[in-house]
Design a protein around this ligand. Structure first.
Ligand code: GLC
Length: 722
């Protein structure tokens, strides 16, 4: 449709039909069976007419069902306006990829784009038009369960992954490429910084910090063309995001020029009342529509009160028209007026969803996301030359709960366990514990069996971790260690066999201090997705040489939280005077994390040569070139992720002691070396000043390169010329 036709359509709509477009309700309301509908309908008090008028549907997947709903309800709509199917395809639709915190550990943005491309294809043929992804909330607190959905603690890396995922979901021609879906960047904004790491809790920080650290990821997604944005549950500096005019109108729309549709999170408009900033649902509707929220997800403040607010003159009708037009434009951008079923195709669904090709991609990508945290005595990769030499035990050994908390259409029965993966690789060398093993409290029998197996095995692989519901939404933990029973099992096995390899399946950085003490090797596998067992077995047996690196710090203890690599200097830096009393430190634990941002080992060994720079100065016309030669001194081909860090020595605000300003994922053949080149421009070192200007300052900078944020070259001092 041309815009003028949309304008005409808008002019023909009644107020009820306009407000209907601003309502999103779940698939229950469209069920073919009455009893499935009556509960939700009475809960929200919806009539059949109101359901027929609703502008979009939450959480329906399946070509047949989406086709049925679209066909039936377009016919019921007086103006035959198509609905819009939206859902949570966070890291895969039915073929599930690693959770985003794992995906980011690959540092492979092309892999993220490929994951999004495959997710889009599977979603689109299954009837979805839009996914509530990418989630780009910057995170620094592993107590918060939703760190599993994020790409970590660095704004630059978050931005790169956000752009890649939007590219993968939307492609270049969303209207005509019906096997793509619209992206929805979330949760706007700063949902990842709740006080105490407790989900939905208060977020309060300076606007300078918000803009410098937390907003870049969302902005990158929008600049990449994300069609929609979702507001977050949390308050931002005293006002919940869904009523926060400064955040939504001043920053998102005016400053960034975002003119797409803005959807609230689930009931977040109505929660303006429970947050205590709206007297009642009517005031919540007024706050949200004036702040710029277009679609109200699963609450009915708009439905029940917008008409009166407009008719009484308390809300300008133009604001409602503006919101409705954005919804119509979104539908038009998806081509729904000409093709309301888009890619929904049962035949394609059968051939595309969970195809071998997609499984193979999931396996490859999951292998890239595994982070080797420790490999004492080179115990890995496993050598399967001795029959029954590998004992596999632990609660995750045979578990299929490896998809993570946001795997919606993913199915555990289609997921490969570690036992299945390892036995497929080495059927004669691997013995799997038979006792069922509880995650929280492995039974004495399970522990006894593991110990007994360990007595005769050359290596014990202990598969430990969290259940998927121990992270994700509403799953914050105050204690981020493994469940105590698992540590007991580790200690008992270690007592009879020092060759213990711990494989972790988890959704957050854990306190691994005890595990690091007991285990000879530690493999961080995250929740790897449908191909989990094969991908992790590939790494354990050496078919995949691990290359993953952390994008979120692993603390030594929860008492250090928040601990992150890009922290600012203080007036009394511990590092400068470690023996002094009056410096910034703890009495009982070191300042730095157990495993730092950017850290990960390989079966190869890489040696960094001297770092060279193109000159002592740089400016707009003369970017700084930074070169480093990296040698693979092992006999195993490998991939290294070299990282460039920069320190701005003097700023108009305190500056981080180091900031990631470049990374390069390079394949280096055994025994050879490559030269990695980075480029640094004044734009790369811009930051938000106290007056909120986003600019760079002339002055001195330290340049450092290395395999992670801890092991860096000696700083090279350069000057940014004005
Ligand atoms: C939620 C989540 C959000 C999700 C939405 C729809 O509560 O916060 O990330 O997209 O509901 O399922």
């Amino acid at each position: 449709m041309q815009h003028v036709q949309l304008e005409r359509l808008l002019s023909e709509m009644t107020m009820d039909e306009k407000i209907g477009q601003l309502l999103q309700i779940s698939g229950d309301f469209y069920s073919t069976t009455a009893q499935e509908r009556t509960g939700p309908m009475s809960q929200l008090g919806l009539t059949e007419r109101e359901i027929a008028n609703a502008g979009s549907v939450l959480g329906v997947g399946g070509a047949a069902e989406c086709r049925r709903i679209q066909t039936e309800y377009m016919a019921r709509h007086r103006l035959h306006i198509p609905t819009l199917f939206m859902g949570d395809v966070i890291h895969g639709y039915r073929t599930i990829f690693p959770i985003p915190l794992g995906l980011a550990s690959s540092w492979d943005v092309d892999a993220a784009a490929q994951m999004a491309r495959i997710s889009a294809r599977e979603s689109a043929v299954s009837g979805l038009f839009l996914t509530f992804s990418p989630m780009v909330d910057l995170v620094r607190d592993p107590r918060w369960g939703r760190v599993m959905e994020s790409t970590g603690e660095d704004p630059r890396l978050n931005a790169e992954f956000a752009r890649a995922m939007v590219r993968g979901y939307q492609g270049g021609d969303l209207r005509n490429d019906v096997e793509r879906v619209a992206a929805c960047v979330k949760h706007f904004a700063a949902y990842g910084a709740p006080v105490g790491g407790r989900d939905y809790n208060t977020v309060d920080m300076s606007e300078r910090e918000l803009r410098d650290m937390y907003l870049p990821g969302y902005r990158a997604a929008i600049e990449a063309g994300a069609k929609t944005v979702m507001t977050s549950f949390n308050t931002v500096n005293g006002m919940p995001a869904s009523g926060n005019k400064h955040l939504l109108r001043d920053i998102l729309r005016k400053e960034w020029g975002f003119d797409g549709a803005l959807i609230s999170d689930y009931e977040a408009v109505r929660e303006l009342v429970t947050n205590g900033v709206a007297q009642d649902d009517e005031q919540a509707a007024k706050l949200a529509i004036e702040a710029g929220v277009d679609i109200e997800m699963m609450s009915v403040c708009y439905l029940r009160h917008l008409r009166d607010l407009v008719e009484s003159g308390r809300v300008d009708c133009a604001i409602v028209d503006e919101a409705v037009m954005r919804v119509l434009e979104l539908k038009n951008d998806l081509g729904l007026f000409e093709n309301p079923l888009r890619g929904a195709d049962e035949g394609r669904e059968r051939s595309v969803v969970l195809s071998d090709e997609h499984r193979a991609a999931a396996r490859d990508i999951a292998g890239e996301c595994v982070v080797l945290l420790k490999n004492g005595a080179g115990i890995l990769p496993l050598h399967a030359d001795v029959p029954a030499s590998i004992a596999l035990a632990g609660p995750c050994a045979t578990s299929h709960d490896l998809l993570g908390a946001w795997s919606w259409q993913g199915r555990q029965k289609e997921t490969v366990s570690l036992a299945e993966g390892l036995l497929a690789r080495h059927p004669h060398a691997v013995t799997v514990a038979r006792e069922s093993c509880d995650y929280d409290d492995p039974s004495p029998a399970a522990i006894a069996e593991a110990v007994d197996m360990a007595r005769s095995a050359s290596v014990v692989v202990l598969a430990l971790g969290e259940t998927s519901d121990m992270s994700g939404e509403a799953a914050s933990r105050s204690d981020i260690r493994l469940p105590h029973g698992q540590i007991d099992m580790l200690r008992a096995v270690r007592a009879v066999n020092p060759n213990v390899v711990v494989v972790l399946f988890n959704g957050r950085p854990l306190d691994l201090t005890e595990v690091d003490r007991e285990a000879r090797a530690i493999v961080e596998a995250w929740f790897p997705g449908t191909e989990a067992g094969r991908a992790v077995a590939d790494v354990l047996v050496g078919a995949t040489n691990p290359s993953g690196k952390l994008t979120m710090s692993f603390p030594r203890t929860v008492g250090q939280v928040p601990v992150y690599y890009n922290s600012c200097s203080t007036g009394r830096p511990y590092e400068a005077k470690p023996r002094e009393k009056y410096v910034s430190k703890y009495l009982d634990v070191a300042n730095d994390p157990l495993y730092p941002f950017g850290f990960g080992l390989s079966y190869s060994t890489f040696s960094y040569g001297p770092v060279t720079v193109s000159g002592a100065e740089f400016d707009d016309r003369h970017p700084l070139r930074v070169d480093v030669s990296i040698a693979n001194t092992s006999d195993v081909d490998g991939v290294e992720i070299a990282q460039l860090y920069v320190r701005d020595l003097v700023g108009d605000a305190v500056r981080p002691v180091k900031e990631l300003k470049g990374f390069s994922r390079v394949r280096i053949a055994a025994g050879s070396s490559v030269t990695v080149t980075f480029s640094l421009t004044p734009d790369d070192v811009r930051y938000v000043h106290p007056d909120l200007a986003f600019t760079s300052d002339p002055g001195e900078f330290d340049i450092m390169v290395g395999p992670d944020s801890r092991h860096l070259s000696s700083p090279i001092r350069v000057v940014l010329k004005s």
